[in-house]
Design a protein around this ligand. Structure first.
Ligand code: SF4
Ligand code: SF4
Length: 419
């Protein structure tokens, strides 16, 4: 539920949504598209060829040693290999598979309980987990936080999993303990899910249902009493965050021997109604919208993710990725417009910012593309990307998007310098 403040006298109170009880299962789509990231060295990829047969659960990568891979979510025949570049310039190879309605399961996944196995088969799992930090001696991970909270408003994916798949999470926790030797496993959930979370064996911590208290940086501060330093991630402080959906997928896979190939997501329609949907990873958004009876018109806005942190996209042919927790559709009349009006120094963004960034100054440097100055003088790297500043900005400046672009541009510069 979203309640805006009146004339900025009171901070808006943005509450996470309550988890729904039902989920719509999509049948196997006629085709899926999997986005295989280009290796960091830019060497290009030579994944399967058009005409190759693939099985459900089959690992597809440029070469067996390559850290980047996707997992086929259907059985079928590769019908297209095309380059794809996302909104931030990250290059992918889009692998399209014409799907058969019957699954034939690949048997490469051997259920061996090692970190290697998990790194080799679960980096493309739903919930977008990453296990690289556990193998990095510089990170020295000492605790794992299973995040049963959402990273945006209106989304209820992780809460749904905690409520309905506690047994799989329990199995996933056993897997995590065995492969990492880490005993301290916590779970962050809203108070309403304490009971379900408590059956998993994790040390349960309740988190307020007010946005952005479910974001990892906020959980670090409020629950673990640790402030993540600017530019760092929780794993730099020895704490790894994994989404509840990913832990449940891990547990189910080791119980059944089958890799996870579906993604749970919340679809928010033009009227604000939400539906939880489960579909094969790689399903085109068009199929997801269809099952929710949502049709798009010219100038409607399609957002991948939630309303605060999601990114508008241009095509309903784009596929669901393993990290797509939500899809929001807004009709033209209800889409918040952004403008190029100047900042009027009202201070709303500064008051709302949970990390007290002088956003009114930051945005001036970002607009002028002075990214290094924005980081050095106005705390760009402290931003936890909650999007609240954009939400309250009376000039409708797309501050959040400026911040994302600024961080991305700086990361490119830093990578180029390191190389
Ligand atoms: S997105 Fe805006 S409000 Fe949120 S932490 Fe960053 S600067 Fe502050
Ligand atoms: S950026 Fe927007 S919210 Fe912040 S001071 Fe300027 S006009 Fe106000």
């Amino acid at each position: 539920m979203i309640k805006r403040s009146f004339l900025g006298l009171v901070k808006p109170r943005l509450q996470y949504s309550l988890v729904s009880d039902t989920v719509r299962e999509l049948p196997v789509p006629s085709k899926v598209t999997l986005l295989l990231k280009e290796p960091g060295n830019g060497g290009g990829t030579t994944p399967p060829k058009v005409g190759d047969a693939v099985k459900t659960g089959q690992k597809l990568s440029a070469s067996p040693e390559d850290a980047e891979y996707v997992i086929a979510s259907v059985t079928g025949t590769v019908s297209g290999i095309t380059p794809y570049v996302d909104g931030y310039g990250q290059k992918y190879t889009a692998i399209t598979i014409e799907a058969s309605s019957q699954d034939e399961w690949d048997d490469q996944f051997n259920k061996e309980l090692t970190l290697d196995t998990v790194q080799n088969f679960f980096e493309y799992a739903p919930g977008n987990p990453s296990f690289k930090a556990f193998a990095d001696p510089e990170k020295r991970i000492q605790a794992i936080v299973i995040n049963g909270m959402e990273e945006d408003l209106l989304i209820t994916t992780n809460q749904y999993v905690v409520k309905n798949h506690a047994q799989e999470i329990k199995s996933g926790i056993q897997v995590l303990k065995k492969i990492t030797d880490i005993d301290r496993i916590l779970m962050a959930v809203p108070e309403s899910l304490f009971q379900e979370a408590n059956t998993t064996g994790a040390e349960v911590k309740t988190v307020s249902d007010i946005y952005p208290d479910g974001l990892p940086h906020t959980i670090m501060k409020d629950v673990l009493g640790q402030v993540v330093e600017a530019g760092n991630a929780p794993e730099d402080m020895g704490v790894a965050f994994i989404a509840a959906e990913a832990v449940a997928a891990l547990g189910a896979a080791f119980d059944t021997g089958r890799l996870p190939v579906t993604k749970l997501l919340t679809v928010v329609g033009k009227d604000g109604a939400t539906t939880n949907v489960r579909a094969r990873i790689g399903t085109p958004l068009r199929d997801v919208l269809q099952v929710c009876d949502i049709s798009l018109s010219d100038r409607d806005r399609l957002i991948l993710g939630g309303p605060m942190r999601g990114a508008a996209t241009y095509s309903e042919e784009l596929p669901l990725g393993p990290g797509t927790d939500g899809v929001v559709v807004q009709d033209e009349g209800n889409s918040a417009e952004v403008t190029d009006y100047p900042c009027i120094n009202c201070g709303e963004c500064v008051r709302i910012c949970p990390v007290k960034i002088p956003v009114n100054m930051l945005v001036r440097f970002l607009e002028a593309r002075l990214y290094e100055d924005a980081a050095a003088m106005y705390d760009l790297h402290c931003c936890i990307e909650c999007g609240l500043c954009s939400y309250v900005c009376v000039s409708r400046i797309p501050i959040f998007q400026y911040i994302k672009v600024g961080k991305y541009e700086l990361s490119l510069t830093e990578t180029a310098e390191a190389e």
